[in-house]
Design a protein around this ligand. Sequence first.
Ligand SMILES: *Cc1c(COP(=O)(O)O)cnc(C)c1O
Length: 422
Amino acid sequence: MLNLDFHPSGRHLLQIPGPSPVPDRILRAISLPTIDHRGPEFAALGLKLLADIKKIFKTRHPVIIYPATGTGAWEAALSNTLSPGDHVLMYETGHFAWLWVKMATRLGLAPEVLTWQGADEVLPGVAGWRHGVQAELIEHRLRQDIDHRIKAVCVVHNETSTGATSDIAAVRRAIDAARHPALLLVDSISGLASADYRHDEWGVDVTVSGSQKGLMLPPGISFNAVSPKALEAMKQAKLPRSCLAWDEIIAMNADGYWPYTPNTNLLYGLAESLDMLQSEGLDNVFARHQRWAAGVRAAVRAWGLPIQCADPAVYSPVLTGVITPPDIDADAVRRLIYERFDMSLGTGLGKVKGRMFRIGHLGNSNDLTVLATLMGCEIGLKLSGIKLAASGVQVAMEYFASQPAGVGTNKAPPGGHTQIAA
Ligand SMILES: *Cc1c(COP(=O)(O)O)cnc(C)c1O
């Protein structure tokens, strides 16, 4: 039964930083009949996926695919490599980094949390949520850890709650400079397939990712890319694990199967997503995200509102956080835009709830959907009583007009595709 309240006319603009809009081509792939997950067709699909997903992580080593959300893959990363009571050095860049700390505590690990310590006039008390990881803080702490009690360093690549993308190669260099054996565990749930990411080259031991952000799939599958050093650590790791244990999954994956029923239809979607990303080329994918992000930031600056990420060196290509004036509830602005214009924006999470909203500009978009998003924001901000310095939409239009699109932007891949961008 169609509920018209949930299905008004036209396309809903789903501009949250995950789940991102799912391309029609992927929705169609998911709608095909479910097959026998122990049959020969499934094995062919499984082997192809397990090979192709490595190209997205830029790794030669195993990538494990779970029928779980990103949070499940976080748990797998910790429980497959660590033992009860292990010290882990975690870096708080925002809400998602903080949730990972909370999980580590619940699993019986001993997390120690670093964060950026500078002053901040716009959001006093949450300065750390306006910056990326300062690798030198990690190096300094690891140098003090002479008897190597710290077993892992955990950082978030693209902090989805703030819009800051940390320099993972710099974290690797910091660990190496301190000559410390800790594992490097990275959450790139919202970075993968939107922002440059290189599991092997950056010396990451476990990369955690998920389906519903840059991979443009519905939520429900997640990933661990695993280095040989992480596989070695697994042999000593004593945290309990069963459903998400690497050893059994890797053993069954050799023939293209899983130890249990994987989410067959989402895997059809993943195959489609990997084809789309590979035919466009990852560099083109990254370039169009950078371009949209620059256009959105130009608009926010024109409005005269502060961007949540205070360090231009780590602006996220995936989303932009917009800080509202102190007397304006950002969630009220979001609600107004949702009710009047049928567009979803990301809420401020945790410590920044009500102070900011997030504009997602990832995945299945184009210049005009990004402009429509900015239009919805601009009208909503005005209707909320905020005096904007100038029209951000006008500035973004000029930006997109003056910047030629990246090679892959809005072009059909060689095989051709028929979807119309949402
Ligand atoms: C979305 C997200 C998560 C949580 O993933 P779920 O699929 O909701 O469990 C964790 N970390 C980051 C950085 C994310 O963007």
